[in-house]
Design a protein around this ligand. Structure first.
Ligand SMILES: [Zn+2]
Ligand SMILES: [Zn+2]
Length: 391
């Protein structure tokens, strides 16, 4: 596919700058969702709003085939005070598009505009715009609100920009691409007392210390070193103690990451057993909470092959790494991949001052020069997956 019309490229930059100027967070993305819905309607695309609160879906049908594809962008920003001073810097105090979701939305709008004007396919394209990716709730909210029942979406695809990867390059892998993220909280209640007379109480600090050490044996002794890569970190150990007093309670908090749901279940089950066993032997009471925020992002092999093929057509064969290493960051597109086959790819945002700044940094900005690349990848994927009615 050749390049996009210059007018469309300028439009995408203008949309991206508009979204960057007016960032919104979480599910409170009403202005953003309205802006996107208006644009889709102006291209002649049917729009259904308020799916999973502020999510929306654009529907573009062509030809007679029942085949369909879902393309997803995230719309939310972060509670960060932007330090950039360019013209399109945030005008919403304390909120900022520091993860490039403004760019993801603009790229998908660009593809929607192009596909609405060029009947390159036979089937239905669903353009999915979701809120609240950053807190890991937006995709699930749209699913719970019937995303995949109300719309007959066969397969889903997502994209994220990736600073540090050169402009014009893309990376992906079949299977686990990104990790899960889960938090845990363990409350241990013993019997406090005089530091000189520990035998009269139940020391929750010593019990808690044993728990923290034993949690480290899950990765080293319970999980396969080959197939169950994981990180378990206790990050807080809180008491209300004072110098000569044994505290009555301690709280341990932490975070864990892994790459399959099987490993995730295994970790939770072993944590429960360790906390219960150590606390019972010490005579301490306990509570244990394990909260999963992001599932592992697991790409379907077949859809990954389609994504690689489309990316190679747009970017060139040498520019696509089809077997990159897994990443310990997380992404809530994982929730959609649990329900439908699909693929998530990472598009280089650049390595220089423009595009090289890390995600979630107050100086970050999406690299406008990759907007046409992302849009062309979407268009190519639609052409490849939905064929063409007239050859
Ligand atoms: Zn982010
Ligand atoms: Zn992001």
């Amino acid at each position: 596919m050749s390049n996009l019309p210059q007018q469309l490229i300028s439009d995408m930059v203008a949309w991206r700058h508009h979204l960057h100027r007016f960032p919104e967070c979480g599910f409170d993305v009403n202005l953003t969702a309205d802006f996107i819905a208006d644009k889709l309607k102006s291209f002649g695309i049917e729009v259904v709003c308020n799916i999973g609160q502020t999510g929306l879906v654009g529907i573009l049908r062509n030809g007679t085939s029942d085949a369909s594809i879902g393309l997803r962008a995230d719309m939310d920003a972060l509670f960060i005070h932007e330090q950039n001073e360019f013209d399109h810097a945030s005008q919403h105090e304390g909120q900022m598009h520091a993860c490039g979701h403004d760019g993801h939305s603009a790229m998908l709008l660009g593809a929607a505009s192009y596909l609405a004007a060029n009947s390159y396919f036979d089937g239905t394209v669903y353009f999915i715009f979701q809120p609240d990716e950053e807190h890991g709730c937006g995709a699930q909210a749209m699913i719970d609100d019937g995303l995949f029942e109300r719309f007959a979406i066969d397969e889903v695809y997502g994209i994220h920009n990736f600073p540090g990867l050169a402009e014009g390059e893309l990376m992906v892998r079949p299977g686990s691409l990104m990790a899960s993220e889960s938090g845990f909280e363990i409350n241990i209640e013993g019997v406090g007392g005089h530091a000189a007379l520990p035998h009269q109480g139940v020391d929750p600090l010593v019990t808690g210390a044993q728990v923290i050490l034993a949690l480290q044996t899950i990765v080293s002794r319970n999980l396969s070193a080959i197939s169950e890569t994981a990180v378990i970190s206790a990050t807080e150990f809180i008491t209300d103690g004072t110098v000569n007093v044994l505290p009555g309670k301690v709280t341990i908090k932490g975070d864990c990451r892994c790459f399959t749901e099987k490993t995730l279940e295994h970790i939770e089950q072993r944590m429960k057993q360790i906390v219960a066993g150590i606390c019972e032997s010490a005579g301490a009471k306990y509570t244990f909470q394990f909260t999963n925020t992001f599932y592992p992002t697991v790409n379907s092999p077949l859809q990954t092959a389609y994504a690689v093929e489309a990316a190679e057509k747009v970017l060139g064969k040498g520019k696509v790494n089809a077997r990159c290493e897994p990443l310990t960051i997380s992404e809530d597109f994982s929730s959609m991949l649990r329900v439908k086959p699909g693929c998530y790819v990472l598009l280089g945002n650049g390595t220089e001052s423009v595009g090289g700044c890390a995600l979630h940094n107050p100086k970050y900005d999406f690299n406008d020069s990759i907007l046409p690349l992302g849009a062309r990848y979407w268009i190519q994927l639609v052409k490849d997956r939905l064929g063409r009615p007239n050859g």
